[in-house]
Design a protein around this ligand. Structure first.
Ligand code: 4AD
Ligand code: MG
Length: 470
């Protein structure tokens, strides 16, 4: 038998609803129900849409007693038949099967972990290799795919070049020290130097290297030649935050633009996020409706639509602190100029005070990394975060310090060895220009659009502290 990747999937068959057409479907059995009249209903899914397709398997099929009657949830099948109007109320069309080939049986069906009932998301996380078979994870996967596609469409249509920045890197872009080390040293035989320290000169790269926390520094090098570029790849943080919004391995979209200041950066971020919302609403209407029905307390469509049509708020960090101080809210951590805003502060501003996405910009320089452009007040840097209701920060970005002397001064202040960043400093020596960029936490956007409570449920195989089982 020959198999090819087929274009005519269940989604297509259901939407064209070409009554009388002969169709072939390949997929997995969601359920089998036997009718008294001597035939069975099969619900078949191939992951192309929320709905499965109903198949009528009559006892006149040659393998009805020997095989069809024994099909269970999870079996894979190939079915040929004709599309007919369905007398049932749940679907408009169904397939009257002429041939049913069982491709793969399920060993020990009573032990198959995905029975036809609601499973908790926590349980499904333990069987991440099977959870894509559920309607929920099918819908989330299609939403994630649609958002990736919309990302490329957005930047490509504006002439940005997609560049691939390295995964293995010697530098800690964010300076937060949340690095995963990469080494080929055998851990039970670690080479030491005369001071008793690990001798990385004997390691694979002859120096210490890590998994990247951000592709930004490399994107800056390319923007300094190609003007507008973006990277979209996995990033890694050994940040021991066990929260519903943190992953140790997550995906980030990072555009970088030469000849662009902080305001231009926020303008681009706002257009991009609105483009994502607009495309996914159009592209994944059924998936979003399905997920919204699943958790009616989490509204998805209404806020998405409202945010597309509204202007995002923009306030400075200093204004934000003032608003928080004047709010007289019983915050657990008091607000103080010069310290990081806590998520309770961000939630108050974004969800309660403004009720829409907000940019907060010009943060105190002492809480931000070395590469952000120092403002004239010499107290703040040209940084911005975009916060959205229910999730919090989805974007962090800034105008970059393009002035050689100021950058070097900042590095001294922060005790960063300029020899580690010699090439980055070079960019300020050879035709430096004002430039800006940002990083969008892709998984957090999928979380917002899908309404999933936990970020672990929007990436196929989540990596979090103490959890990388499969
Ligand atoms: O704010 P961050 O740390 O910014 C940077 O890394 C910049 N170098 C980006 C740039 O300017 N090119 O991270 C960017 C975004 C955050 O706003 C957040 O949405 C997401 O990445 N993020 C995480 N998402 C999931 N799990 C984590 N542990 C995350 N840490 C950051
Ligand atoms: Mg940030």
């Amino acid at each position: 038998m020959k198999y090819v990747a087929r274009a005519n999937r269940i989604k297509n068959i259901l939407s064209t609803a070409n009554i009388g057409a002969s169709v072939k479907i390949q997929g997995w059995v969601r359920s089998r129900r036997d009718s008294k009249g001597g035939f069975s209903f099969l619900d078949i899914s191939d992951g192309s849409c929320v709905a499965g397709i109903q198949v009528i398997a009559d006892r006149s099929l040659p393998n009805y007693d020997s095989e069809v009657k024994h099909l269970t949830t999870g079996c894979s099948v190939e079915i040929e038949g004709n599309l007919q109007k369905s007398p049932g109320t749940k679907q408009q069309v169904e397939v009257l099967a002429k041939r049913i080939n069982v491709i793969g049986w399920v060993d020990n069906p009573t032990a198959y972990p995905l029975q036809k009932k609601r499973h908790s998301l926590e349980f499904l996380r333990e069987i991440a290799h099977l959870r894509a078979r559920t309607r929920t994870f099918g819908a989330v996967s299609r939403i994630r795919n649609s958002l990736s596609n919309a990302t490329h469409n957005f930047f490509q249509s504006r002439g940005f070049l997609y560049i691939h920045t390295p995964i293995i890197t010697p530098s800690d872009c964010e300076g937060a020290g949340e690095l995963f080390r990469v080494t080929a040293i055998e851990l039970d035989n670690v080479p030491k130097n005369s001071n008793g320290e690990v001798d990385f000169r004997q390691d694979f790269f002859g120096r210490p290297v890590f998994l990247t926390v951000s592709g930004q520094l490399y994107a800056e090098a390319y923007a300094s030649a190609l003007t507008n570029v973006y990277t979209f790849g996995p990033t890694f943080r050994a940040d021991n935050s066990n929260t519903p919004r943190h992953l140790a391995e997550f995906w980030m979209v990072e555009p970088e633009m030469a000849f662009c200041d902080l305001e231009g950066d926020m303008d681009l971020a706002e257009s991009y996020v609105k483009h994502l919302f607009r495309s996914v609403l159009e592209d994944c209407t059924e998936d979003i409706e399905f997920l919204e029905r699943l958790t009616p307390e989490t509204k998805i469509i209404e806020p998405l639509t409202r945010f597309i049509d509204s202007e995002f708020e923009r306030i400075s960090y200093t204004e934000a602190v003032k608003l928080l101080e004047q709010s007289h809210q019983p915050f657990e951590v008091p607000v103080k100029w010069g310290t990081n805003l806590q998520s309770e502060h961000e939630r108050f501003l974004c969800e309660k005070y403004f009720g829409k996405p907000i940019f907060i910009f010009n943060y105190p320089k002492q809480i931000k990394p070395f590469y952000m452009r120092v403002n004239e007040d010499n107290k703040t840097v040209a940084a911005m975060d975009l916060l959205i209701p229910r999730i919090g920060e989805i974007i962090g970005g800034s105008q970059r310090e393009e002035r050689l002397d100021v950058l070097q001064e900042r590095m001294r202040e922060l005790n960063i060895d300029p020899r580690d960043y010699w090439w980055y400093i070079d960019l300020r020596r050879f035709g430096s220009v004002p430039h800006s960029g940002f990083g969008l936490g892709f998984d957090r956007v999928v979380q917002f659009v899908s309404g999933m409570r936990n970020i672990r449920d929007v990436i196929p195989f989540p990596r979090t502290p103490n959890s990388a089982e499969l």
